[in-house]
Design a protein around this ligand. Structure first.
Ligand code: ZN
Length: 137
């Protein structure tokens, strides 16, 4: 079977992928306006400052929309379908798109609490994905 694609690591994304290799989930934060930022980039999308720093993130969020993927985007995902691609609002503020692992499509819903898990890829890469989190009462 064809292997899943690997991240493109560049100067602005290296800290993110290096942390993920150690199962740590990091976000950027703007030093000027203090907003958390996802995905990694060289400037703040809120105030355009280039004064960004990295911070550990809690890795929790809530699904705001999702899609059930039946048609694999490449040969590497043939054995995965159907799977869930979701956008979640992270507790730190930004939205993040990732697959939701370990859930049947019928159980999926908007508002589902999710947490970051790390999917192993070749070359030691670990890709942050979502998994259902315990509901807090
Ligand atoms: Zn900013």
């Amino acid at each position: 079977m064809k292997p899943k694609p690997l991240p493109h690591v560049g100067p602005f994304t290296r800290p993110y992928w290096d942390a993920a290799r150690e199962s740590r989930f990091m976000l950027q934060r703007c030093r000027r306006c203090r907003q958390a930022i996802y995905y990694p980039r060289p400037w703040c999308p809120h105030c355009w400052s280039t004064e960004l720093e990295w911070m550990p993130a809690c890795g929790r969020g809530q699904v705001i929309t999702y899609s059930v993927i039946h048609e694999p985007p490449s040969e590497a995902f043939v054995s995965e379908v159907p799977y869930i691609l979701a956008v979640a609002r992270l507790e730190e503020g930004p939205q993040m798109m990732a697959n939701v692992l370990g859930i049947e499509p019928a159980r999926m819903r908007v508002g589902l609490p999710v947490r970051i898990v790390f999917e192993e890829r070749s070359g030691g890469f670990r890709v942050p994905q979502f998994a259902p989190a315990e509901e807090s009462t």
